[in-house]
Design a protein around this ligand. Structure first.
Ligand SMILES: Cc1cc2nc3c(=O)[nH]c(=O)nc-3n(C[C@H](O)[C@H](O)[C@H](O)COP(=O)(O)OP(=O)(O)OC[C@H]3O[C@@H](n4cnc5c(N)ncnc54)[C@H](O)[C@@H]3O)c2cc1C
Length: 483
């Protein structure tokens, strides 16, 4: 039904073979942790990718797994993968299915390995500031347990209530406090992973080593195509002593971006920095009169009291230098209250209106051009009603732009075709303007066809060779990342 899935490589398993496999899986795991029930297959045929929402509305399930298993420990994960390797059936690791680009969709059938029973905090080490944890833990549960003990991991994606640590590491996720605490990739100290052969590898828990390429880093952002993360040691921090909330409205996006760039050059890393264009400012901050027809910047500094006070003082001066109008704490409180609200996509989809987001990254010197080019490219697609942007993750070198577009397929065009034409216009203009096609959502099936252009032919071929040598039978999440 969809061009996003290549059925030519899917191998059907006979009923007889399925029965045998079911029994073999029950030799590895308790039988209550193995399912081939239709209801489970439907539940695991999708993630949060907007396309899958359309499938549900249309009553179709174009990609279902053959089995779902819920292992309770690394040995069981290894046992299932060993079996899959011998039988040459796909294995798809599954966190909480909140991925938005189709990474966890079983496009070639096979075994979904849902990791959510592996959800324990194994050790908190105060001296080393680290937590050793299983990857199936829900992120909000992890953060709450850390907060209770006086720590934070500083990773708070909008999906904190509905995503797992392993999924976040596998997509290179970024949380709302990323400018201070880093993205998930910055927080990983060491990993335990199950390879496609079922072998288990563990990296050393040390702050840094100079012992050749870091094998474990291959698994960060691999979207389950190279192996399964079964344990992680992550950085943690003492819970912040003080938080300062600030907001300023700027005449245009360019001034707001310059302010942020100047703040970053001072080596000030506010936990939250968010800058909204005029459209998004009017959508989110309509109750702030000073922000009318302007671009809202919100800042949250947190940590040691003296340091926070100093960061506030320096940042305030930079905002004033660019004629920012102070809007005080209220807009930031409003953001804190509403930051997990996400219902537009599911509200609009039944009305045949498509509403989705696309995040990319770019260096400062190309940032404004990329932003304008991508907005124009999306708006140029017939049926697009609006395209807007905010920026929410920052580096001394550049920025992540997060675009939102909305529209409806024109007469005679299928919603999926319309949807993909907006995505493709956005991806092409991003590459042309010198950006990276994804900052933190990953590749999945939606961006698959663009990965080669992103990495260059030689880069993509090298990645394919790495995949081919680690997973010669291509059992690990096949059909993803263009593999
Ligand atoms: C409302 C909403 C808000 C969101 N906000 C953010 C945000 O602020 N920041 C952000 O970065 N993302 C965000 N996302 C996207 C999504 O939450 C992230 O991509 C998240 O990292 C996915 O985690 P998950 O546990 O749900 O993984 P899944 O969707 O289950 O899987 C994602 C990918 O990781 C693989 N995988 C899962 N677990 C493992 C494992 N243990 N080992 C190896 N591979 C594995 C899967 O095969 C798949 O390819 C949002 C999504 C939604 C729906």
């Amino acid at each position: 039904m969809t061009k996003l899935i290549d059925y030519s490589k899917k191998e059907e398993i006979s009923q007889q073979k399925k029965r045998e496999l079911f029994e073999k899986l029950c030799d590895v795991l308790p039988s209550k942790n193995v399912s081939d029930e239709e209801i489970d297959k439907i539940a695991y045929s999708k993630d949060y990718c907007l396309i899958t929402l359309r499938w549900i509305l249309e009553g179709v399930t174009p990609a279902t797994p053959d089995f779902i298993v819920w292992p309770e420990n690394t040995e069981q994960v290894s046992g299932v993968v060993k079996l899959a390797n011998i039988e040459e059936i796909p294995v798809i690791p599954f966190g909480e299915g909140s991925g938005v680009v189709g990474g966890a969709i079983p496009t070639r059938g096979g075994i979904i390995i849902d990791i959510k029973k592996m959800d324990k905090i194994l050790e908190i080490n105060d001296k080393n500031l680290e937590v050793r944890v299983q990857p199936g833990i829900n992120l909000m549960n992890l953060e709450r347990m850390l907060n209770k003990e006086g720590y934070t991991m500083g990773h708070s994606p909008q999906s904190i209530y509905c995503s797992a640590l392993g999924g976040n590491i596998s997509t290179r996720a970024a949380g709302q406090f990323s400018t201070k605490y880093g993205k998930i990739d910055d927080m990983v100290i060491s990993l335990e992973c199950v390879l496609p052969t079922g072998e288990i590898i563990r990296s050393k828990n040390v702050p840094k080593s100079s012992t050749g390429p870091s094998i474990e880093r291959l698994f960060i952002g691999a979207e389950g195509t190279l192996g399964i993360i079964t344990e992680a040691t992550m950085k943690i921090w003492p819970y912040p002593e003080k938080k300062t909330l600030m907001s300023y409205a700027f005449e245009n996006l360019e001034d707001g971006l310059e302010v942020i760039r100047k703040i970053m050059r001072k080596m000030i890393f506010p936990a939250v920095i968010r800058l909204y264009d005029e459209i998004e400012t009017s959508r989110h901050f309509y109750q702030t009169p000073e922000a009318k027809k302007r671009c809202m910047l919100i800042l949250v500094m947190e940590g040691d009291e003296d340091l926070v006070d100093l960061e506030e003082k320096v940042s305030k001066k930079i905002c004033e230098d660019y004629r920012g109008i102070a809007c005080r704490e209220e807009p930031v409180n409003h953001w804190f209250e509403t930051r997990f609200n996400v219902k537009e996509a599911s509200d609009f989809a039944p009305l045949d209106i498509i509403f989705d987001t696309i995040e990319v990254s770019v260096n400062w010197d190309k940032s404004l051009n990329l932003c304008n080019s991508m907005i124009s490219a999306m708006k140029a697609v017939n049926g697009v009603l609006f395209a807007s942007v905010h920026a929410s993750h920052f580096y001394p070198q550049g920025v992540c732009f997060y675009f939102t577009f909305g529209g409806a397929a024109p007469g005679g065009v299928k919603p999926e075709e319309f949807y993909m034409s907006v995505w493709n216009a956005a991806m092409k203009s991003c590459i042309d303007a010198g950006g990276s096609i994804s900052h933190h959502h990953g590749i999945g099936i939606i961006r698959s066809q663009w990965l080669k252009e992103e990495l260059g032919k030689e880069g993509f071929d090298a990645l394919k060779r790495i995949k081919g040598s680690i997973d010669p039978k291509n059992i690990m999440n096949p059909g993803k990342m263009g593999m």
